[in-house]
Design a protein around this ligand. Structure first.
Ligand code: TYD
Ligand code: ZN
Length: 416
């Protein structure tokens, strides 16, 4: 079984402590977005251990390994604009950024700008927006649409160069990007170099406590190196004299936080931040118990999901999946669910259609397969869009079709 090129961490990526504790192991899994061409189905896939640990000093929850980012991100398949519900989310974010921190004409840099889904509303609202995106295919899509994007990994060198060429940024935005970056102290230094004196870093990350509370263990995959809460982020930014001054919880990706980071002493801490910091502290008073309980809930979810699927199968139900997601691939691989159980997975993303899911080799098909194959139940692997999907597939639901919403424990929706 070939290994993806990876490195094992021996210390925390934020604070450098070597006191770490592994609390969850999901096995050796293929890369979650490495969908397989049918002609390559017999070839072995790259795998790496998928294990989660926490730093006993700063608290950062992180994977035990780092897969070479060149392998994951240089030709990244995930195009944000492909998910319609995200477009509204990004328009709201652009409005907030421009109103609060970036008056018309301000220089705004987005790190990990994907296909330009946020650059577009930023520009429409009057910001001078520039993207930094390591995936060549995505940077090319954005540039072709006139949304200027440099094709690079963000770091201190790029930041200093941009500042020299274009001036200091009023806002740097990072959406779902911090979790992907191994060198977090480098990012903090880069932000320090690029931001104006009164500049602000606005970033969204999936929130650790949503992951824990809703047993969203499937959001663990090799692309997501860190699973954040506030305390370690505060430790990180303090290293460069910056500090979080505000935070907001947002529903994205099963529950995220939007954080606001400025230069220390420039902005007062909001009650929202003070309150969430206090809540985290009380919830983690016995951290070992919290993470031990989480691991037990993950194992229970696996067992329950396998039982539900086995029961439906023996009742003669036709089973499929909906949403060929990265997180779905964690769940399918960890739970051992393959093409003998789900005959296909429907997904609206054109480039995924015709491919097989990594590790489990379930065919991904367009939505017309739902009418052709008439499954009775579909495992909802894009549960973060449950409402939108159930509404959109009204024909399927009207003829009696249902979904298994898999977390925190599997249940059939809609209710009957
Ligand atoms: P996403 O939820 O962003 O998950 P991940 O980060 O785990 O990959 O992926 C959304 C996927 O679901 C994407 O492949 C498109 C698909 N999708 C549909 O097929 N139909 C829909 O109605 C929606 C909202 C998404
Ligand atoms: Zn640490």
């Amino acid at each position: 079984m070939p290994s993806a090129p990876f490195r094992r961490l021996t210390s925390c990526r934020v604070c450098g402590a070597t006191e770490i504790s592994v609390f969850l192991s999901l096995g050796e899994t293929p890369l979650a977005n490495a969908f397989v061409r049918p002609v390559a189905a017999a070839a072995p896939e790259l795998r790496a251990p998928l294990e989660v640990m926490r730093c006993l000093r700063c608290g950062l929850v992180q994977l035990t390994v780092v897969v070479d980012p060149e392998v994951i991100f240089r030709d990244y398949a995930y195009a944000t604009s492909a998910s319609a519900p995200m477009r509204g989310h990004f328009d709201g974010l652009a409005a907030e950024i421009v109103e609060r921190f970036a008056p018309a004409g301000s220089f705004v840099v987005e790190v990990g700008s994907n296909d330009g889904v946020l650059l577009r509303p930023l520009r429409e609202r009057g910001a001078r927006a520039l993207g930094v995106e390591p995936a060549a295919n995505l940077a090319a899509i954005a540039n072709a649409e006139g949304l200027e994007t440099v094709n690079e990994f963000f770091g201190p060198d790029v930041a200093s160069r941009l500042r020299g060429e274009r001036g200091a940024a009023k806002v740097v935005v990072g959406n779902n990007v911090l979790a992907h970056i191994d060198g977090l102290p480098d990012v903090a230094r880069a932000l320090d170099a690029l931001l104006d004196d009164d500049g602000v870093f606005v970033a969204e990350v999936p929130y650790l406590f949503d992951l824990l509370d809703h047993v969203e263990y499937d959001t663990v995959y090799h692309e997501h190196l860190s699973y954040f809460h506030l305390a370690p982020l505060m430790t990180l930014f303090a290293q460069v004299g910056m500090q979080l001054f505000d935070v907001k919880r947002v529903p994205t990706h099963g529950g995220s936080i939007r954080m606001y980071v400025g230069r220390s002493a420039r902005r007062a801490e909001t009650p929202a931040l003070t309150g969430l910091v206090a809540l985290e502290r009380s919830r983690l008073a016995d951290a070992a118990a919290v993470f031990g309980t989480f691991a037990a809930r993950v194992a229970a979810q696996r067992q329950a999901l396998r039982a539900v699927l086995a029961e439906l199968r023996s009742a003669g139900k036709r089973l499929a999946g909906y949403g060929a997601t990265a997180k779905g691939n964690t769940m399918l691989n960890y739970c051992g669910i393959g093409a003998d159980t789900l005959s296909f997975i429907a997904d609206t993303t054109p480039y995924k259609q015709g491919l097989l899911t990594p590790g489990t080799h379930i065919p991904v098909r367009d939505e017309s397969a739902i009418d052709a194959e008439r499954p009775d139940v579909m495992l909802l692997l894009a549960w973060n869009y449950a409402d939108a999907i159930v509404r959109r597939l009204d024909g399927y639901v009207a003829r009696g079709g249902r979904f298994i919403h898999p977390i925190p424990l599997p249940r059939l929706i809609p209710d009957r």
